[in-house]
Design a protein around this ligand. Sequence first.
Ligand SMILES: N[C@@H](CCC(=O)N[C@@H](CS)C(=O)NCC(=O)O)C(=O)O
Length: 233
Amino acid sequence: MTDLSDFFVTKRWPVEDPAKLQLFSFPTPNGRKVGVALEEMGLPYEAHRVTVSDADVKSPEFLSLNPNNKIPAIIDPDGPDGAPLALWESGAILIYLAEKSGKFYGNSNRERAIINQWLMWQMGGLGPMLGQLGFFVKFASSKVEDPLPRERFIAEAKRLLAVLDGALEGKDWVAGDYSIADMAIVPWLMGLEFYGAEELVGLPDCKNVTAYIARFQARPAVQTGLNVPPREG
Ligand SMILES: N[C@@H](CCC(=O)N[C@@H](CS)C(=O)NCC(=O)O)C(=O)O
């Protein structure tokens, strides 16, 4: 059996079953993507709670897994060549898991190209912009007097939502069939509620987007995966 004790991160977050894929995460928008993917794909996994506090993400144990000090990260004991594979960056993890499971990644190069397009749109656009929006609207709103950053990220969030709303016209999912692109996008849209910014960015007016969020949330695997690992406990 694969021994994961060589991974320093397991000294602080011990592994119970080294045959299972190990997830190091927290139920934030980026973390939730991978919890949902693992549940949807039916891959056996063990989840370790790594909070976003410096005490966790900047600990030497976690930095040994992800020097970029961010969740999510995984160790797959059964990597592509049979040797364990450590991986971070949620988009890269989603692609890896989709290829490993053979699920939610289209059936042709054409379909995969479009899924990748929307996945990159989330990774390079929606996620970073909504993250900055959350910072200026919720976390730093009382510390920053200049209205410019707030206005800039509200405008950019509105623009991105309009793009998505248009793309979803007449469609259930953004890139054809349900895919890892949807698993990447919707947890970020749900973050708008946490930031108290739904009205601010006009989400209720984006009828295709609100229906899309509800469709995603109705999936049983999503309901479980959004809470992996549990926030408390
Ligand atoms: N591009 C990275 C971003 C990951 C990320 O921003 N994770 C946040 C939580 S959503 C985090 O770990 N923050 C802790 C920190 O920055 O110290 C990915 O998609 O995996």
